[in-house]
Design a protein around this ligand. Structure first.
Ligand SMILES: [Zn+2]
Length: 220
């Protein structure tokens, strides 16, 4: 058995498992952010937080955004991730300060990109997003938010106004020691391609999506 040896060759039980590696200005179409890069030694993931202005410690406008290549980069209409990411970055810039933690390793609620694409194929055949994961023998939601809490802690954030419709994110942050002063809805108008998916998130995953009522009534 080898012991846990730090990079300096000393045994380092105190070493934080999420290490800040770099902090660099990142000008974006939404405004000037700082990109703060972290390495998660425990899981081997590279993570990044986008910080706008000087958020301070309390009631920081915050988004924990789960990586979604198809939604974030390709503009997929299967889900609303891309619009949520853009809305969160816009909101933080409008506020003058805030944090968007972009969580890699969260594809398809933590099952990975290829499994997510396979789950999407099953959804095209009529399964919902929960049934599809289960049909593949995979968990409905395998995401872990511990790294997000440690990144917020490193940034000096004690309490957040969390831009999310997902009660599990709030619960996870609180469990990991970050206070949630408020949950701020991030409601994206649905489209024909994602309305079924969004209804499933509301009905089976307890997401708070009150804006779907109008659409649900119109098309039922
Ligand atoms: Zn997505």
């Amino acid at each position: 058995m080898t012991e846990n040896i730090g990079v300096l060759g000393k045994k380092s039980p105190q070493r934080t498992d999420v290490e800040r590696v770099v902090n660099v200005p990142l000008p974006t179409v939404y405004g000037p952010f700082q990109a703060v890069g972290y390495f998660d030694h425990e899981r081997g993931d590279e993570q990044v937080a986008l910080v706008y202005g000087d958020p301070g410690p309390d009631r920081v406008l915050t988004r924990l955004h789960s990586e979604c290549l198809t939604g974030d980069a390709f503009g997929s209409r299967h889900c609303e991730c891309g619009d949520q990411l853009a809305s969160a970055l816009r909101a933080v810039a409008a506020e003058g300060s805030g944090v968007v933690v972009y969580l890699r390793g969260h594809e398809g609620r933590g099952i990975g990109l290829l499994a997510k694409l396979r789950a999407m194929a099953l959804q095209a055949e009529g399964l919902d997003t929960v049934e599809a994961n289960l049909a593949l023998g995979l968990p409905v939601d395998a995401r872990d938010y511990g790294v997000a809490a440690r990144i917020l802690d490193d940034l000096g954030v004690r309490s957040v106004r969390l831009m999310s419709n997902n009660p599990r994110k709030r619960e996870a942050l609180v469990r990991h020691g970050i206070q949630v002063a408020e949950q701020v809805p991030l409601l994206i108008p649905p489209c024909e391609s994602n309305i079924t998916y969004l209804r499933t998130k509301r009905e089976r995953l307890d997401h708070h999506l009150p804006h779907l009522d109008a659409v649900a009534h119109a098309s039922s």
